[in-house]
Design a protein. Structure first.
Length: 307
């Protein structure tokens, strides 16, 4: 299974205890993976098509808890390489219609309607369930090790905006995008991905993302340190080379012997230890590092003065 499938599997096994949350879960499922059909008798019935068996079972249980009569079948799409899917079909009876009305999918006259239950935003339990239901039927998330991306698809732009508001109430920034055939809320922020997975109850997946973030940060820190050490070593090598070249110029010009004793001693110290860093050289020569650096700069300046 993919990482997204693992997340759907994880959240599908979480219980939904409150009646308001069951209606919210159905609203999210129907607006993410559902469709409404008008029958010959003028009745409306709903269908939900999902690609995860655990999600299908969760929806079946929730629909029956809401009093709906529901049939279920598994099928494999004709597309090459397609995985088995689950189709839930609600009956046309009054109890099933009432379940659709409580979910806010149809109005009192049985007509489809956009999402209008703004009270959802006032119930913290339902805000979580709305996000969980939206992910269960229409969510995808990139696996650890990949660039972060989490998307929740829904047929209803109004409901997509509600999902974004639900997440925003928990300080999780999601962006709404309208597509030709659907609307989606999404984020590319690693922290937001981890927070949303935690909120909807996908704790194992959230831990996987957090672990990957720690490993990624540690690797980046190690690379920064390695790059810094490499750059620092290169600077030290170039500095030692410049110092040795300056000493050679002074020696060839016969000017080395006329320099003060401390400079001649510094020149000899560098000649005897061409591979040492400034810090190591100061220890060997028993000279303070700033003092030694100043003397080496003086040697370079004396060589440059000779032209």
């Amino acid at each position: 299974m993919t990482f997204s499938s693992d997340v759907r599997e994880e959240v599908a096994h979480l219980p939904i205890d409150r009646a308001c949350c069951r209606s919210t879960f159905l609203a999210a499922a129907l607006r993410g993976a559902g469709s409404l059909h008008l029958t010959g008798g003028g009745h409306m019935h709903g269908e939900v098509d999902v690609g995860n068996h655990a999600v299908g079972r969760r929806l079946l249980v929730t629909l029956r808890e809401e009093g709906a009569t529901c049939g279920v079948r598994a099928y494999t799409p004709e597309r090459l390489g397609s995985s088995q899917r689950v189709l839930l079909v609600l009956s046309e009876d009054s109890a099933s219609t009432a379940a659709l009305q409580r979910a806010g999918v149809i109005d009192a006259d049985g007509r489809p309607q956009p999402f209008v239950d703004e009270d959802l935003l006032q119930r913290s339990c339902c805000r979580v369930i709305a996000l969980r239901g939206a992910f269960a039927v229409g969510g995808t998330v990139s696996p650890p090790g990949r660039a972060p991306l989490l998307e929740l698809r829904t047929h209803d732009l109004a409901f997509a905006n509600v999902l974004a508001k639900c997440a925003a109430s928990m300080e999780i920034p999601l962006r709404v995008r309208e597509r030709p055939r659907w609307a989606e809320v999404m984020t590319r922020q690693r922290g937001a991905v981890q927070d949303l997975l935690t909120v909807i109850g996908a704790e194992s997946a959230a831990l996987d993302v957090a672990e990957d973030d720690v490993v990624r940060s540690a690797r980046a820190d190690a690379n920064r340190r390695a790059n810094f050490d490499t750059a620092n070593l290169s600077r030290q090598v170039l500095a030692a080379r410049s110092q040795l070249q300056a000493i050679a110029v002074l020696h060839d010009a016969g000017a080395l012997s006329s320099l003060p004793v401390v400079l001649r001693g510094t020149a000899q110290l560098r000649l005897d230890n061409p591979e040492l860093t400034l810090a190591e050289l100061s220890i060997v020569g028993n000279v303070a590092r700033p003092t030694l650096a100043a003397r080496l700069r003086r040697l370079i300046a004396e060589a440059e003065a000779l032209g």
